[in-house]
Design a protein around this ligand. Sequence first.
Ligand code: GLN
Length: 571
Amino acid sequence: MSTGLSGPPIPEHTRFVFVTGGVISALGKGIASASIGLLLKSQGYAVSFLKFDPYLNVDPGTMNPYQHGEVFVTHDGAETDLDMGHYERFGGSVLTSLSNVTSGRIYEAVIERERQGGYLGATVQVVPHVTNEIKARLRRLAAAERADVVIAEIGGTIGDIEGQPFLEAARQFRIDAGERRVCFVHLTLVPFIKTAGEFKTKPTQHSVRELRAIGIQPDVLLCRAETGLPAELKRKIGLHTSVPARAVFAAVDARSVYEVPLNLAREGVDTRILEHLDLPARERRIEEWERLVERLQTPATDVRIGVVGKYVELRDAYKSLGEALTHGGFAHDARVRIRWIEAESLENGDLSPLDGCDGILVPGGFGSRGTEGMAAAAGRARRERVPFFGICYGFQWAIVEFARSRCGLDGASTEEIDPEADHHIFAKVRGLEGVERMGGTMRVGAVPCLLEEGSVAFASYGTTRIEERHRHRYEFMKRYRQLVESRGMVFSGSTEDGFFEVAEIPDHPWFVAVQFHPEFQSNPRRPHPLFRDFIGAALAHRDARKAGAADPVAHQGPASSGHRSRAASPG
Ligand code: GLN
């Protein structure tokens, strides 16, 4: 019988760390996995990541942000889970489509193979065909990335029906690879019950019991807890779970996710994992990260940024964006305070929620709800010379607003929300016309873009050739370029095949809008240049506003050239 085995063998030197979660969701499995990766990397090991998502969507691209949070886009154009963003930011890695696999993707491959006759008449089953396909993905990633350690996070919580094939595949994988080449890390919760004045270990005991019922004995337990756990308690947990007490660790609540790797390092989690994997522990080089956390805790100043979006009550929808803003603050030793503003709330003409913002950002989005609010926010930033950053949908609405207010095109809109509009400033991307399918039909992934020398964008990047990631269906219509530029908004970046991707207003302290998503490439160690300079401009605006309030005469011109030079080359 064909079992459908495919793909390369397990690379001889690669080890695997499976991360599972129990008790409840949202314990921070993604951050824990990313942190373990960071720590192993800091000891000089080549690490790669794989996130298994048990849902049946082929990728999260079609999912509502309320369901799923942000869709993270990889350089090679995969629409993936937001944990991929944590892995890239913590691991300092660039991941590919191989690093995120859903049940939908697995079943798609299995069914396609069955239709091709690839199983030679066998009855196609979850075990072994689906589990083999899952294991093949692990081997494929390990072979492609030549990693010393692959960290494979299994989404969901132990006990979920959808997660079973992944856990079964992981159980088998330990047999395939060998006991010491696979380490199971299980993240659980140890609640502190105030009325009893005690930590409670029962949920952890049950969760591990469930894992063992599947045949997986965890090697390391990470126990989420409000505070550190006493040795006695670790011993008790160890006794009930057959995990040695020295492999039971507290994952204490942290003020910021950036502290988690340092907390886990203090507990010695990485050392224990390496010991299990029979790899030598080396010196950890995490000084850079320590400095970063220090800076995060004691910023010299702060700045307020208004983010005008559509899913603001759900911060996960803007995960990378929030992180990139934080990184932009790092560059100036500033804490970025984000005021999340529901775009729809600005549609009644009352723009007061924007009062007191030192910078305004309109991020990506889809559909019609809130779009007039996004346009209104861009308009106010333009008129009142408040630093403005438009990203993707924010780029599109900043330009539509400009076309309406400055170019006399009252009927300007985007085909996305108004197919009958007089002026489609944005229309379906070339080649996508007539494509009505939803999944996998956007312009996605990194594309090189050329910047005009002398532009604000060029000043930021310090180079003419950049590569940024995309995820959109509509593009700027070139026929409006001349009119728009004649009124003072210029296009300073475009691709070789003629996509206009960067727009700015030279006669403004800092007004930059981009069709791509720079937030996906920002890293705490290397804040993205546009976020760095947007925050720089916002700080300059804040200072000028304060000075203006103290001295009304000085405030007459809303932007002095002083702002601009500071914005172009911040400290
Ligand atoms: N809805 C717009 C488009 O599809 C913008 C997409 C986005 O912001 N990611 O072109």
